[in-house]
Design a protein around this ligand. Structure first.
Ligand SMILES: Nc1ncnc2c1ncn2[C@@H]1O[C@H](COP(=O)(O)OP(=O)(O)OP(=O)(O)O)[C@@H](O)[C@H]1O
Length: 291
Protein backbone atom coordinates (compact mmCIF):
# COMPACT_ATOMS: atom_id res chain seq x y z
CA UNK A 1 0.00 0.00 0.00
CA UNK A 2 1.31 3.37 -0.98
CA UNK A 3 0.57 6.66 0.72
CA UNK A 4 -0.23 9.51 -1.61
CA UNK A 5 -0.58 11.99 1.22
CA UNK A 6 1.18 12.00 4.59
CA UNK A 7 0.61 14.80 7.08
CA UNK A 8 2.79 14.56 10.19
CA UNK A 9 2.62 16.76 13.30
CA UNK A 10 1.44 19.71 11.27
CA UNK A 11 1.36 23.00 13.18
CA UNK A 12 0.20 26.48 12.28
CA UNK A 13 -0.58 29.42 14.54
CA UNK A 14 -2.75 32.39 13.82
CA UNK A 15 -3.71 35.03 16.33
CA UNK A 16 -6.42 33.24 18.36
CA UNK A 17 -6.21 29.90 16.55
CA UNK A 18 -3.69 27.07 16.53
CA UNK A 19 -3.51 23.92 14.49
CA UNK A 20 -1.90 21.40 16.82
CA UNK A 21 0.11 18.42 15.63
CA UNK A 22 -2.27 17.15 12.97
CA UNK A 23 -1.25 13.78 11.51
CA UNK A 24 -3.03 11.56 8.99
CA UNK A 25 -2.29 9.53 5.87
CA UNK A 26 -4.21 8.78 2.69
CA UNK A 27 -3.47 5.66 0.67
CA UNK A 28 -3.90 5.23 -3.06
CA UNK A 29 -7.34 4.13 -4.17
CA UNK A 30 -9.35 5.73 -1.36
CA UNK A 31 -11.53 8.72 -0.55
CA UNK A 32 -10.84 10.46 2.76
CA UNK A 33 -13.55 12.64 4.22
CA UNK A 34 -12.08 15.56 6.15
CA UNK A 35 -14.63 16.81 8.66
CA UNK A 36 -14.97 19.34 11.43
CA UNK A 37 -17.27 22.18 12.45
CA UNK A 38 -16.88 25.75 11.16
CA UNK A 39 -13.49 27.16 12.09
CA UNK A 40 -11.99 23.74 12.98
CA UNK A 41 -9.02 24.32 10.67
CA UNK A 42 -9.91 22.22 7.59
CA UNK A 43 -9.18 24.94 5.03
CA UNK A 44 -5.96 25.83 6.88
CA UNK A 45 -4.75 22.21 6.59
CA UNK A 46 -5.63 22.16 2.88
CA UNK A 47 -3.86 25.49 2.29
CA UNK A 48 -0.80 24.09 4.07
CA UNK A 49 -0.86 21.00 1.83
CA UNK A 50 -1.09 23.26 -1.23
CA UNK A 51 1.71 25.44 0.21
CA UNK A 52 -0.52 28.51 0.03
CA UNK A 53 0.36 29.39 3.63
CA UNK A 54 3.57 28.75 5.55
CA UNK A 55 3.56 26.02 8.18
CA UNK A 56 5.07 26.52 11.63
CA UNK A 57 6.06 22.89 12.07
CA UNK A 58 5.60 19.33 10.90
CA UNK A 59 5.89 17.62 7.58
CA UNK A 60 3.70 17.10 4.51
CA UNK A 61 4.55 14.52 1.87
CA UNK A 62 2.63 14.11 -1.35
CA UNK A 63 3.53 11.01 -3.42
CA UNK A 64 6.46 10.65 -1.02
CA UNK A 65 7.83 14.11 -1.90
CA UNK A 66 8.10 17.15 0.35
CA UNK A 67 5.28 19.55 -0.48
CA UNK A 68 7.54 22.62 -0.35
CA UNK A 69 10.82 21.36 -1.81
CA UNK A 70 9.10 19.49 -4.63
CA UNK A 71 6.18 21.85 -5.05
CA UNK A 72 6.31 22.11 -8.84
CA UNK A 73 6.37 18.35 -9.45
CA UNK A 74 3.62 17.81 -6.89
CA UNK A 75 1.26 20.48 -8.21
CA UNK A 76 1.20 18.73 -11.60
CA UNK A 77 -0.32 15.71 -9.89
CA UNK A 78 -2.81 17.48 -7.62
CA UNK A 79 -6.26 18.53 -8.77
CA UNK A 80 -7.46 21.28 -6.44
CA UNK A 81 -11.20 21.96 -6.37
CA UNK A 82 -12.41 24.64 -4.00
CA UNK A 83 -15.21 26.97 -3.28
CA UNK A 84 -14.06 30.39 -4.46
CA UNK A 85 -13.88 30.22 -8.20
CA UNK A 86 -10.41 31.08 -9.44
CA UNK A 87 -11.61 31.36 -13.05
CA UNK A 88 -11.97 34.59 -15.04
CA UNK A 89 -15.66 35.36 -15.05
CA UNK A 90 -15.73 37.06 -18.47
CA UNK A 91 -14.19 34.11 -20.32
CA UNK A 92 -16.02 31.10 -21.73
CA UNK A 93 -15.23 27.58 -20.56
CA UNK A 94 -13.32 27.01 -23.79
CA UNK A 95 -11.27 30.23 -23.43
CA UNK A 96 -10.51 29.53 -19.77
CA UNK A 97 -9.30 26.04 -20.67
CA UNK A 98 -6.91 27.67 -23.17
CA UNK A 99 -5.32 29.61 -20.29
CA UNK A 100 -5.13 26.72 -17.83
CA UNK A 101 -3.97 23.88 -20.12
CA UNK A 102 -0.40 25.16 -20.83
CA UNK A 103 0.37 25.05 -17.10
CA UNK A 104 0.18 21.26 -17.14
CA UNK A 105 2.58 18.98 -18.99
CA UNK A 106 0.05 16.17 -18.92
CA UNK A 107 -2.96 18.19 -20.07
CA UNK A 108 -5.36 15.95 -22.04
CA UNK A 109 -7.75 17.80 -24.36
CA UNK A 110 -9.52 14.61 -25.30
CA UNK A 111 -10.31 13.85 -21.63
CA UNK A 112 -11.37 17.46 -21.03
CA UNK A 113 -13.87 17.40 -23.91
CA UNK A 114 -15.23 14.11 -22.66
CA UNK A 115 -15.76 15.53 -19.16
CA UNK A 116 -17.51 18.59 -20.62
CA UNK A 117 -19.91 16.25 -22.39
CA UNK A 118 -20.35 13.97 -19.36
CA UNK A 119 -20.95 16.92 -17.04
CA UNK A 120 -23.24 18.77 -19.50
CA UNK A 121 -21.00 21.84 -19.63
CA UNK A 122 -21.40 23.95 -22.81
CA UNK A 123 -17.87 25.09 -23.92
CA UNK A 124 -19.06 28.48 -25.17
CA UNK A 125 -20.84 29.44 -21.95
CA UNK A 126 -19.18 32.23 -19.95
CA UNK A 127 -17.94 31.38 -16.46
CA UNK A 128 -20.10 34.13 -14.95
CA UNK A 129 -23.21 32.46 -16.41
CA UNK A 130 -22.47 29.07 -14.83
CA UNK A 131 -24.42 28.05 -11.74
CA UNK A 132 -22.46 27.19 -8.59
CA UNK A 133 -22.84 23.48 -9.31
CA UNK A 134 -21.66 23.92 -12.91
CA UNK A 135 -18.59 25.85 -11.71
CA UNK A 136 -17.78 23.02 -9.34
CA UNK A 137 -18.11 20.52 -12.20
CA UNK A 138 -15.89 22.68 -14.41
CA UNK A 139 -13.25 22.82 -11.66
CA UNK A 140 -13.50 19.04 -11.37
CA UNK A 141 -13.21 18.61 -15.17
CA UNK A 142 -10.02 20.72 -15.10
CA UNK A 143 -8.62 18.70 -12.19
CA UNK A 144 -9.33 15.41 -13.94
CA UNK A 145 -7.98 16.52 -17.34
CA UNK A 146 -4.39 16.92 -16.23
CA UNK A 147 -4.41 13.37 -14.88
CA UNK A 148 -4.11 14.43 -11.24
CA UNK A 149 -3.59 11.47 -8.92
CA UNK A 150 -4.59 13.36 -5.77
CA UNK A 151 -7.84 15.33 -5.87
CA UNK A 152 -8.20 17.80 -3.01
CA UNK A 153 -11.68 19.25 -2.64
CA UNK A 154 -12.51 21.96 -0.12
CA UNK A 155 -16.25 21.83 0.56
CA UNK A 156 -17.15 20.95 -3.04
CA UNK A 157 -20.77 20.18 -2.27
CA UNK A 158 -21.66 23.02 0.13
CA UNK A 159 -24.43 25.17 -1.28
CA UNK A 160 -25.30 22.62 -3.99
CA UNK A 161 -28.73 21.06 -4.31
CA UNK A 162 -29.06 17.31 -3.63
CA UNK A 163 -29.12 16.45 -7.35
CA UNK A 164 -25.83 18.25 -8.06
CA UNK A 165 -24.31 16.91 -4.84
CA UNK A 166 -25.12 13.36 -5.82
CA UNK A 167 -23.73 13.91 -9.32
CA UNK A 168 -20.44 15.08 -7.81
CA UNK A 169 -20.40 12.05 -5.49
CA UNK A 170 -21.08 9.72 -8.44
CA UNK A 171 -18.18 11.30 -10.33
CA UNK A 172 -15.89 10.64 -7.36
CA UNK A 173 -17.08 7.07 -7.08
CA UNK A 174 -16.37 6.52 -10.80
CA UNK A 175 -12.97 8.09 -10.37
CA UNK A 176 -12.06 5.57 -7.71
CA UNK A 177 -12.30 2.76 -10.26
CA UNK A 178 -8.79 3.95 -11.06
CA UNK A 179 -6.94 2.61 -8.05
CA UNK A 180 -3.93 4.88 -8.49
CA UNK A 181 -5.89 7.95 -7.38
CA UNK A 182 -6.96 9.35 -4.03
CA UNK A 183 -9.34 12.05 -2.88
CA UNK A 184 -9.25 14.33 0.18
CA UNK A 185 -12.75 15.77 0.56
CA UNK A 186 -13.40 18.44 3.18
CA UNK A 187 -16.99 19.04 4.20
CA UNK A 188 -19.38 19.47 7.07
CA UNK A 189 -22.12 17.69 5.12
CA UNK A 190 -21.29 14.36 6.70
CA UNK A 191 -24.10 12.52 4.88
CA UNK A 192 -22.10 12.95 1.65
CA UNK A 193 -19.30 11.02 3.32
CA UNK A 194 -21.65 8.26 4.50
CA UNK A 195 -22.02 7.59 0.77
CA UNK A 196 -18.47 7.84 -0.56
CA UNK A 197 -15.73 8.04 2.07
CA UNK A 198 -13.46 5.11 2.91
CA UNK A 199 -11.50 7.00 5.57
CA UNK A 200 -12.41 9.84 7.90
CA UNK A 201 -10.24 12.47 9.52
CA UNK A 202 -12.05 14.65 12.04
CA UNK A 203 -10.57 17.81 13.52
CA UNK A 204 -12.06 20.18 16.09
CA UNK A 205 -10.59 23.49 17.32
CA UNK A 206 -7.34 22.78 15.48
CA UNK A 207 -6.89 19.35 17.10
CA UNK A 208 -7.16 15.88 15.65
CA UNK A 209 -10.15 14.02 17.10
CA UNK A 210 -9.84 10.85 15.04
CA UNK A 211 -8.53 9.45 11.79
CA UNK A 212 -9.07 5.97 10.36
CA UNK A 213 -11.23 3.71 8.19
CA UNK A 214 -14.85 4.91 8.27
CA UNK A 215 -16.33 1.48 8.98
CA UNK A 216 -13.94 0.86 11.90
CA UNK A 217 -14.89 4.23 13.38
CA UNK A 218 -18.62 3.57 13.03
CA UNK A 219 -18.15 0.09 14.57
CA UNK A 220 -16.15 1.45 17.49
CA UNK A 221 -18.38 4.37 18.44
CA UNK A 222 -21.94 4.07 19.75
CA UNK A 223 -24.88 6.20 20.87
CA UNK A 224 -25.77 5.20 24.43
CA UNK A 225 -29.34 5.80 25.68
CA UNK A 226 -30.50 5.10 29.19
CA UNK A 227 -31.72 6.35 32.58
CA UNK A 228 -29.60 8.83 34.52
CA UNK A 229 -29.31 6.41 37.47
CA UNK A 230 -26.62 4.43 35.59
CA UNK A 231 -24.38 7.49 35.37
CA UNK A 232 -21.53 7.84 37.84
CA UNK A 233 -18.03 9.16 37.60
CA UNK A 234 -16.63 6.00 35.96
CA UNK A 235 -19.36 5.71 33.37
CA UNK A 236 -19.16 9.45 32.75
CA UNK A 237 -15.55 8.98 31.64
CA UNK A 238 -16.75 6.74 28.87
CA UNK A 239 -19.40 9.11 27.57
CA UNK A 240 -19.06 12.11 25.30
CA UNK A 241 -21.51 15.02 25.02
CA UNK A 242 -24.11 13.73 27.50
CA UNK A 243 -27.56 15.18 26.82
CA UNK A 244 -30.69 15.06 28.97
CA UNK A 245 -33.66 13.73 27.07
CA UNK A 246 -36.42 14.08 29.68
CA UNK A 247 -36.59 10.27 29.89
CA UNK A 248 -32.93 9.88 30.73
CA UNK A 249 -29.73 10.63 28.84
CA UNK A 250 -28.16 10.18 25.43
CA UNK A 251 -24.42 10.28 24.81
CA UNK A 252 -21.72 9.15 22.43
CA UNK A 253 -19.08 6.62 23.38
CA UNK A 254 -15.81 6.05 21.58
CA UNK A 255 -15.72 2.48 22.91
CA UNK A 256 -19.09 0.80 22.30
CA UNK A 257 -17.75 -2.65 23.29
CA UNK A 258 -16.63 -1.40 26.72
CA UNK A 259 -19.89 0.49 27.22
CA UNK A 260 -21.78 -2.74 26.45
CA UNK A 261 -19.74 -4.64 29.06
CA UNK A 262 -20.14 -1.91 31.66
CA UNK A 263 -23.81 -1.09 31.23
CA UNK A 264 -25.16 -4.50 30.15
CA UNK A 265 -28.87 -4.40 29.41
CA UNK A 266 -29.49 -1.23 31.37
CA UNK A 267 -28.90 0.94 28.30
CA UNK A 268 -29.49 0.78 24.56
CA UNK A 269 -26.44 1.25 22.32
CA UNK A 270 -27.02 2.23 18.70
CA UNK A 271 -24.68 2.62 15.76
CA UNK A 272 -23.93 6.32 15.24
CA UNK A 273 -23.77 8.30 12.00
CA UNK A 274 -20.76 10.48 11.22
CA UNK A 275 -22.96 13.45 12.04
CA UNK A 276 -23.64 12.01 15.52
CA UNK A 277 -19.92 11.60 16.14
CA UNK A 278 -19.26 15.18 15.07
CA UNK A 279 -22.20 16.74 16.95
CA UNK A 280 -21.63 14.91 20.27
CA UNK A 281 -17.89 15.55 20.20
CA UNK A 282 -18.33 19.26 19.58
CA UNK A 283 -21.06 19.40 22.24
CA UNK A 284 -18.65 17.87 24.78
CA UNK A 285 -16.83 21.21 24.81
CA UNK A 286 -19.96 23.02 25.89
CA UNK A 287 -21.57 20.73 28.53
CA UNK A 288 -19.93 19.59 31.74
CA UNK A 289 -19.84 15.88 32.56
CA UNK A 290 -21.57 14.72 35.77
CA UNK A 291 -19.32 13.95 38.75
N1 LIG B 1 -5.11 34.27 7.41
C1 LIG B 1 -5.62 34.10 8.63
N2 LIG B 1 -5.31 34.93 9.64
C2 LIG B 1 -5.79 34.75 10.88
N3 LIG B 1 -6.64 33.74 11.22
C3 LIG B 1 -6.98 32.88 10.25
C4 LIG B 1 -6.49 33.02 8.90
N4 LIG B 1 -7.03 32.00 8.18
C5 LIG B 1 -7.81 31.27 9.01
N5 LIG B 1 -7.77 31.80 10.25
C6 LIG B 1 -8.49 31.28 11.44
O1 LIG B 1 -8.20 29.90 11.56
C7 LIG B 1 -9.34 29.22 12.06
C8 LIG B 1 -9.64 28.01 11.18
O2 LIG B 1 -10.14 28.45 9.95
P1 LIG B 1 -10.37 27.45 8.73
O3 LIG B 1 -10.88 28.28 7.58
O4 LIG B 1 -9.16 26.64 8.51
O5 LIG B 1 -11.53 26.53 9.30
P2 LIG B 1 -12.51 25.52 8.53
O6 LIG B 1 -12.52 24.25 9.34
O7 LIG B 1 -12.12 25.39 7.11
O8 LIG B 1 -13.90 26.25 8.71
P3 LIG B 1 -15.18 26.34 7.73
O9 LIG B 1 -15.83 24.99 7.78
O10 LIG B 1 -16.01 27.37 8.41
O11 LIG B 1 -14.70 26.73 6.37
C9 LIG B 1 -10.46 30.23 12.16
O12 LIG B 1 -10.56 30.64 13.49
C10 LIG B 1 -10.00 31.35 11.27
O13 LIG B 1 -10.48 32.59 11.75
Amino acid sequence: MENILEVKNLRKEYNGFALKNISFTLEKGYIMGFIGPNGAGKTTVIKLIMNLVKRDGGEIKVFGMDNIKDEIAIKEKIGFVYDDSYFYEELSIHEMKGIIAPFYRQWDDHAFNKYLRDFDLPPQKKIKDLSRGMKMKFALAVALSHHADLIIMDEPTSGLDPVFRNEILDILRDLMQDESKGVLFSTHITTDLDKVADYITFINKGELVLTGPKDDILDCYGIVKGGREVLDHATGQLLIGIRDTGFGFEALTGDAARARRLFGDSVVIERPSLEDIMVYTVREDRYAKPD
